[in-house]
Design a protein around this ligand. Structure first.
Ligand SMILES: NC(=O)c1ccc[n+]([C@@H]2O[C@H](COP(=O)([O-])OP(=O)(O)OC[C@H]3O[C@@H](n4cnc5c(N)ncnc54)[C@H](OP(=O)(O)O)[C@@H]3O)[C@@H](O)[C@H]2O)c1
Length: 266
């Protein structure tokens, strides 16, 4: 398969397929997931780990879906988020948070997202109520929620359980950053059940993206030669949506780097 890779997510065009891959003949556009080794131009992928790429999704958006999208979907499923919920999602402008927040909204929930002020307009555009993180956050959440908070997801990993307690979030309706990491670890296991679960979530998240239940914002797109810059962006912990790498970028003009957006807004 010729591909536009990153480490665990693959997307590309099938160049050869085996007998068990009749649904994926050469020429089929696919999205898939691997445990490692996705930084390559050609790669062999088990049929159990790929789904069809919808024509309407760009390669970049399709390639950014797996780990963040599957983690977001698993988290919302675990909490059974629905139309009766008022949910707080931390780091709501980040890769995982922005998908979670949009999908929670798509399920009919009222969604509050914590972020820095530069992301207020981005979240408002998605129909999410932005709340600045930091000192006094509980009061700001209460004012913005206008009623009980029924669920809380901590993506950032600071004081989430204290905040959930202070807001009176019901038992069992709080997901910590450590819970999220457990999900990611499960999604990166290589046993058949974990691979199948990852593929099932990828198929659902791809379908949700195709029907525009959410949009994946890509704030950084780097050529593989610039991989160090891409990781430098991520280390700043202020990327908006996703930062991606591509081996053979069609357009060599870089999308503005995530950290430039952050630094320009300071
Ligand atoms: N991105 C992925 O594909 C992916 C996939 C699976 C798991 N994960 C994991 O999920 C976690 C979240 O990743 P991410 O990529 O969504 O975001 P991240 O890169 O870890 O963090 C970026 C986000 O954090 C926010 N933020 C910064 N300081 C904050 C604070 N003090 N309180 C609350 N939010 C704050 C930023 O908002 P502002 O810019 O508005 O300040 C920005 O939206 C990480 O642990 C990551 O390893 C990521």
């Amino acid at each position: 398969m010729a591909k536009k890779p990153d480490r665990t997510k693959v997307e590309g065009i099938v160049v050869a397929s085996g007998e068990n891959a009749r649904d994926f003949p050469p020429g089929t556009e696919v999205v898939g997931h691997l445990r490692s080794g996705a930084h390559a131009t050609f790669i062999t992928v088990p049929v159990a780990a790929i789904v069809h790429k919808p024509k309407t999704l760009t390669w970049e958006a399709a390639g950014g879906l797996f780990l963040a999208g599957a983690t977001a979907l698993d988290t919302l499923d675990t909490l059974k988020i629905g139309a009766d919920d008022t949910i707080v999602i931390s780091a709501a402008a980040g890769g995982v948070g922005s998908i979670e927040a949009q999908l929670a909204k798509h399920r009919g929930a009222t969604v509050l997202g914590t972020c820095g002020e530069r992301n207020f307009d981005y979240l408002r555009q998605l129909g999410i109520k932005p709340v600045r993180y930091g000192e006094g956050i509980a009061d700001r959440i209460r004012r913005a929620a206008g009623g009980p908070v029924t669920a809380l997801i901590d993506n950032f990993g600071q004081d989430g359980s204290d905040l959930a307690e202070e807001l009176g979030v019901p038992a069992g309706r709080y997901r910590s950053s450590a819970d999220r990491r457990d999900t990611e670890v499960r999604l990166l296991q290589n046993d058949p059940a974990s691979v199948a679960y990852g593929t099932e979530l990828l198929a659902r998240v791809t379908h949700l993206a195709e029907k525009r239940a959410f949009t994946l914002l890509i704030s950084g797109l780097y050529a593989l030669d610039d991989v160090a810059s891409a990781y430098h962006d991520l280390e700043k912990l202020h990327s908006r949506g996703k930062v991606l790498l591509g081996t053979h970028l069609v357009n060599s003009r870089r999308i503005v780097k995530a950290r430039d957006i952050y630094e320009a807004g300071r």
